[in-house]
Design a protein around this ligand. Sequence first.
Ligand code: B3K
Ligand code: ZN
Length: 864
Amino acid sequence: MTDSKKPQAQYLKDYKAPNFLIDHTDLTFDLQPTNTTVTSVLTLTRVGDNQSPLILDGINLRLTSLSIDAIEITDYSVVDEQLIINNLPERCKLRIVTEISPETNTSLEGLYLSGGAYCTQCEAQGFRKITYYMDRPDVLSTFDVTIIADSRYTHLLSNGNQIDKGETPDGRHFSKWQDPFKKPSYLFALVAGDFDVLNDTYTAKSGRKIDLALFVDKGNLPKTPHAMQSLKKSMQWDEERFNLEYDLDIYMIVAVDFFNMGAMENKGLNIFNSKCVLANQETATDKDYHTIESIVGHEYFHNWTGNRVTCRDWFQLSLKEGLTVFRDQEFSSDLGSRALNRIDAVKVMRTHQFSEDAGPMAHPIRPEKVIEMNNFYTVTVYDKGAEVIRMMHTLLGEVNFQKGMALYFKRHDGQAVTCDDFVSAMSDASGVNLEQFKRWYSQAGTPRLNAVEHYDSASNTYTLTIEQYAPINQPDNKPLHIPFAIELLDESGSSIELQYKGLKVSNVLDVTDKKQSYTFENVTCKPVAVLLEDFSAPCILTQQTTELELLHIMRFARSDFSRWDAQQQLFIKAVKAAVNSDTQFQLSDEIIEALRVLIVSKQGDLALIAELLKLPSFDTLAAEFEIIPVDEIIRVVAQFEIQIATSLNDELIACFGSLHDDGSINAEAVAVRALQQICLHYLAKMPSTQTDKFIKLAASSSNMTNVLGALSAVVKASHPLCDDLLSHFDSQWRHDVLVMDKWFALQAMQTGEDAIINIKSLYEHPSFDFSNPNRVRALVGSFSYFNTQQFHRADGQGYELLGDLLVNLNAINPQNASRMLTPFMSWKRYDKTRSALMKTQLERLSNLDGLSDDLFEKVEKALN
Ligand code: B3K
Ligand code: ZN
């Protein structure tokens, strides 16, 4: 690529306010598969100096007419992806007519026709694929939208309220929508299709009645009640916890099969990936039910955090995403188990976010340089962004945090603002100084903390010294403001009150310096310290803790999250010791005994026990090594699992046999299934008549969680029942693509010499489709993320499989391709043979003709 052809980066520091406002946008769509006409009338006001031209963004548009105040003009230029018009009056109406081809748009961005429905996706910069526009989030406009289509598209939907509908003289029909709230173009939506509809209503706290409508493909109505319930719960929760009420008279959700992400929060008209809406007990797992509730909540919560107050520019994405993830996590925690939700969130941080932060795509939660914005919808912006909001919540407390939220809306409702504006509202409302805290927004990388403890029995004092280090890949980072929560346990497992100078003090230490010490008095015995309780900051902590101390924490910490965390540390320590040892290494008797107690006593939340029994994921373990010892980690984990399965075989059988769920999706039944599933995971490794019976029982259940638990257990154990059960599942579910995704994901986990050939042959399976992101992610995504043994084959065939896919996907759907590339980003962390093979695939992409901006940005970063 020559330099002039290289995609250009945008920088946060170059932000300039717009020269024009778009007071109103009037759009008319005449929908046709390959030649949809879009007529756009923009009411413009100049706000910049009168020399400045109007610059509109547009990609793949055929411009057919351009007029100002009803007079056709020719004095304009189209340069690259911009339409430039000079000498516009201070106020005018600009009419633009363009044509687009939704049917051939496979990028699933802009307006596209897939699965029999027209649908849009405009965030971040997809609106420019629909018409010429100031496609930036700080240009807010009211919208009127008219949709004209053939009558087989029975539902014609857009944002806001429907104000007209009828027939056209040529036998087609139309619908007209008006959105009274000003919004940026990325929140625009249009859907045209033939759907079944679930209608409901919600009465808001104020007494206002709101219509709710859920649109799904014909025949799917029985799978909609859970999503509708989730929506109503979200509306109620946001009123109760955040004092926020819905603002329009109708809230619509449409489920479509072809969608790049989970869902999109378009004003009044959310568009969802069907896998994030549709569920019944036979087809969806408990995890699916949880995900649906959380995503429905997430999109709903965006109505205030994202839509009413939006981002000034895309560098501020975490303003809405970090905050909204925090809100959806709190929603799930208030409605379900706080500990399990925290465990899930921390797993995401430790497996995906830490690795992103340590690799070539490392960026602060507010990035400073971007080539393709779609590449920045990352675990860093979303999940680390949510951790940053959570830290503010910890520093301020719930009452002050809510005061901060109220001030934020009072100041900025209807505006496009920055992350700094949010922090200012939090700080002004609470009186807490957050100046140093703001560094979390501008510094990339995971901070490392080292904790050193000292107990002085003569003075009964306990001193904790915390030192913070810049991440290895970000050596210039300055010390951060870190809320560091602790608990001290005595020998009997009771919590010791924290005292200093005779007074009780907070358990959240304000760490601000590079090195700081904290002394606590009246500590009458050497305590066992629970550090970074509840993962109070997204950091990597090192501390010298013995196995006995970790077992003590696992038993007695007041935070269930920290109990789980201690258990993870026990496993991690054991794996590391085993990897570094030449001899056969075993989990200690004490660890096995602790697991035995958990299974036998079954005390407390069974879902938590299930988590406590799981070994850490490959990625969590890999993070512990500079160069990832792939074969050793796989070997040691397999060895430990066999050890657990053998030593606790009787207990696991008894535990599985003693558990019964009532088939519902309440928390107790979900927990029972979770514990049964982990029992089966171990039991499948020790085939016996008894365990085969359990496996067959679960596999024939009418509950998908049980079925998938059995299938996953047999696949991972290469159990003799594996082939039969998989082929039965295929014949049973071929009619349901979403269920077949589970089957593809199971197939992707196969090991054995022919695994690669077998997986490739599934591209020919009637349910597979390269243009559908769900299918591609189910098969190839599961393979490259989770089938470590085959993906990292030393002969490079696993890498080649992913490389081939990316070459293919680059032309079909660059956004999906770029997401699928991620496993290659950490190529430098593998041994010489593997890293050279991965690099070859990256170079192959780098030399590809027509490489998309999405892939270019990541490939270039990876190789440099
Ligand atoms: N805001 C959308 C994500 C858009 C992704 C664009 N590539 C969904 C969400 O975070 O709620
Ligand atoms: Zn979001």
